[in-house]
Design a protein around this ligand. Structure first.
Ligand code: SAM
Length: 222
């Protein structure tokens, strides 16, 4: 899989892409993630990417030309399954959507800034708009990072124990069960006895009950 991220702040992705699971996925050749600096596609000497909004009002708008030149340049090289714009008014990101996107071959993610991007880019070039929640951030870089992580960690071969991701919250109808590690007694707080007994059927039953209880208490809507 290949993910191309279009941004005016490519350095924001450096630490994120160069550590842990994301790094391992790239090293193993399971995913290729590239960032593209939209300023390099600006047609003017000052490398501007934004301008005043028609009709007036506070806030600048990202100009169409640098974005469209970048998108079309990439599209000349390969076919993209999705050109995604991260936007607070988009479709809400869910595990089901991340699962679906993890099966694609080539994805572009466009990070907005300022008041957002010119509507004509959304109308003409964007195939899907995704929000990471009902709140507004300063830019699309963190949302693109969230979406990238959600997609990449479930690509087969990325996690050392794939079954772990399949049992996570939201993969089924229940939230994940509580987890414990050593020591068995931490400041008088003990690990549930059943988890140390080695009876796998009993452990599974305990986890199922604990998941069901947590889901009932926290997410009765699920
Ligand atoms: N004026 C826009 C609105 O009210 O819908 C918000 C613009 S926001 C300040 C700048 C950029 O941050 C957006 O273009 C988008 O790329 C990104 N962004 C902010 N919040 C987001 C969210 N919840 N999900 C996805 N992207 C978001």
């Amino acid at each position: 899989m290949r993910i191309d991220i279009l941004t005016i702040f490519p350095d924001m992705f450096r630490g994120f892409l160069d550590e842990s699971i994301l790094k391992r996925a790239q090293t193993k050749g399971l995913v290729e993630i590239l960032t593209h600096n939209l300023r390099e596609f600006s047609g003017d000497k000052r490398k501007s990417v934004d301008d005043y909004a028609f009709g007036g009002g506070a806030g600048m708008v990202m100009m169409p030309q640098p974005i469209v030149d970048c998108i079309e340049g990439l599209q000349k090289e390969r076919e993209y399954d999705e050109v995604i714009y991260l936007s607070p008014d988009g479709e809400l990101l869910t595990q089901a959507l991340a699962n679906k996107l993890s099966m694609k071959k080539n994805i572009m993610m466009l990070c907005g800034r300022y008041k957002g991007i010119d509507q004509r880019v959304r109308d003409g070039w964007i195939t899907r708009e995704i929000s990471i929640g009902d709140y507004v951030l300063s830019g699309g870089e963190l949302p693109a990072a969230v979406l990238t992580d959600a997609i990449v960690r479930i690509i087969p071969g990325v996690l050392s124990d794939e079954s772990s991701a399949l049992l996570d919250s939201f993969q089924g109808e229940l939230l994940d069960a509580p987890v414990y590690t050593r020591p068995a007694d931490f400041r008088g707080m003990k690990v549930p006895e059943v988890l140390m007994g080695g009876d796998h059927a009993q452990i599974e039953e305990w986890r199922l009950q604990a998941s069901a209880e947590k889901t009932r208490n926290r997410r009765p809507d699920m």
